[in-house]
Write a protein that binds this ligand. Sequence first.
Ligand code: SF4
Ligand code: SF4
Length: 194
Amino acid sequence: MPKFLGPVAGFGVTFATMFKKANTEYYPYEKKVTAPRFHGRHQLNRYADGLEKCIGCELCAWACPADAIFVEGADNTDEERFSPGERYGRNYQINYLRCIFCGLCIEACPTRALTMTNEFELADTSRASLIFTKEQLLAPLYEGMVPAPHEMYPGTTDTDYYLGKVTGAAPGTVTQGRSGEPAEAGAQGTEAGR
Ligand code: SF4
Ligand code: SF4
């Protein structure tokens, strides 16, 4: 191409774009649907009876290349049980100022306690509000769940939970150690107890 045509060729992209349909996104009024496996905000999952899946092992924190996760584990007791095994995550935080949404933490989690949702609206105006606490990350309570802490389904082991044999809280299950009204138990039973 002759040298004098260089600037004209440069404008070629501009001219071609002028006749294309504008690709305007009306966010936040119209929110884009993400791909099903989009890496968004994390979630700490529960078993079907409401006990927490996190065992406070810190593997997610060690796997994180951005040092964005803080975990502090503690022992479950008969008086206050948050998860089916020996340990639970007493304190759990994810710093979204550091997180790069790589997903290595969810790969490292041995109990599938930690997964990622499709939620991507994580902008805010303060540092503190972007450090999510365990309470913010915990999955919602669905039907048949009772808020932890509470006893395990009678006659089951933590392995039964892990294998998905517990399908709801035992009738009469109540939240331990809280002065508020006890939550009603679901009555969906357990495969292990049948
Ligand atoms: S997604 Fe990646 S950067 Fe974010 S908390 Fe998990 S391991 Fe760390
Ligand atoms: S989220 Fe998973 S990997 Fe992280 S501390 Fe809890 S059980 Fe361990």
